[in-house]
Ligand binder design. Structure first.
Ligand SMILES: NC(=O)c1ccc[n+]([C@@H]2O[C@H](COP(=O)([O-])OP(=O)(O)OC[C@H]3O[C@@H](n4cnc5c(N)ncnc54)[C@H](OP(=O)(O)O)[C@@H]3O)[C@@H](O)[C@H]2O)c1
Length: 323
């Protein structure tokens, strides 16, 4: 079995590709031959030791995979050898073979190819939990997505449109914002050279129902001021590097709420709910409401190049590793 290993916290160039012993299979887990592994922003943080989850080196990064079951534990009855599956994990996906608890392994959406499937659960699962479970987005509501130009953001655009919202996509790169329009965004705002509230007004939008925030910082604070009565802001990430301190009086005045989402942990605590979400997402995919196209594919041994591309913000959409 080959894997990418973090031996010391640091940058992608510190990652080591090497052969290791196969992992031991316990009675509640399945052994999977990995075909593709999704590359996520969180992988960049975890290899630096700067993520909520802080495994002690040596470890392999990687939150999601798609592949084929090679072996099942004696307590596993819902899955069988040969099933094509997707799995979610806290880390450890950058391998040619993984061992994952049965609860965190789901049948692969049957019409999705294996490369797409390896990059599907985290960004679509997160966007779904934020928009549907947490924000309870309703038809014709106005939904602003901060960080719409990233993986979670683009998935969020497609899901919000599928639920009938008017979508404003905010990002820092015009080329990526054009892709957001292709994904269905009604309006776009480049927050690097425009003031979000002023731009919203120029679209005739004085207040918004829902904000899905992957960026944090000043943009978050500006949008808290733009929430409507009963507005919702869902906190997903802080790619700007600044954790905003939301003035709670703003929430009180609008009868609004700010809510956090930690999807990776949720996937472990509530795997059945996540399975139900994935089934809804599969239906949306089959109805052509979602297009989880992969933008770049790298060989597993080149995981450092994939992560450097992500760190340099040169990716548009999803990157996966072929394992
Ligand atoms: N809470 C959870 O459960 C959960 C689950 C999944 C992801 N996340 C978090 O959500 C965030 C987005 O994840 P992702 O996979 O969508 O990442 P991604 O594909 O790398 O996208 C990053 C997004 O953040 C924007 N951004 C703004 N300032 C940035 C900066 N200084 N550095 C990098 N990007 C910056 C980028 O916009 P431009 O490039 O257009 O400026 C882009 O829209 C991350 O913080 C991730 O950890 C959280």
């Amino acid at each position: 079995m080959f894997n990418i290993v973090v031996k010391k916290y640091g940058n992608p160039d510190n990652l080591i590709y090497e052969e290791s012993e196969s992992l031991v299979l316990d009675k509640n887990s399945v052994r999977i031959k990995v075909e593709s592994a999704g590359v996520n922003f969180a992988d960049l943080l975890i290899i630096k030791g700067r993520y909520q989850e802080r495994p002690r080196p040596p470890f392999s990064p990687g939150l999601e995979i798609s592949g084929v079951i090679l072996e099942i534990g004696s307590n596993v009855s819902n899955l069988k050898v040969g099933d094509r599956v997707i799995s979610i994990m806290k880390y450890g996906g950058y391998r040619t073979e993984v061992v994952v608890p049965k609860e965190n392994t789901y049948l692969k959406p049957s019409k999705m190819d294996t490369l797409e499937a390896g990059g599907f659960p985290v960004i679509y699962g997160t966007a779904f939990s934020a928009i549907v479970t947490k924000a309870k987005l309703k038809k014709n509501e106005i939904c602003v997505i901060l960080g719409a130009t990233g993986g979670v953001g683009m998935a969020a655009i497609e899901i919000a449109k599928a639920y009938g919202a008017l979508v404003v996509a905010c990002g820092g790169n015009d080329k990526k914002l054009n892709i957001c329009v292709e994904k269905g965004a009604d309006y776009t705002i480049n927050y690097n050279d425009k003031i979000i509230r002023k731009e919203l007004k120029s679209f005739g939008i004085n207040a918004v129902d829902v904000v899905i925030d992957m960026v944090g910082g000043q943009a978050n604070l500006d949008l808290v001021k733009s929430l409507k009565w009963n507005g919702r802001i869902i906190i997903v990430g802080f790619t700007s590097g600044t954790i905003p301190e939301i003035p709670v009086n703003r929430l009180l005045l609008k009868n609004a709420r700010a809510e956090g989402l930690y999807w990776g942990e949720l996937a472990y605590r509530e795997p059945e709910e996540i399975g139900n979400d994935l089934s809804v997402l599969e239906q949306l995919y089959n109805n052509k409401k979602l297009n989880p196209s992969v933008n770049r594919v790298f060989e597993l041994k080149d995981a450092n190049k994939a992560l450097n591309l992500l760190a340099d913000r040169k990716n548009i959409g999803k990157i996966v590793l072929k394992c």
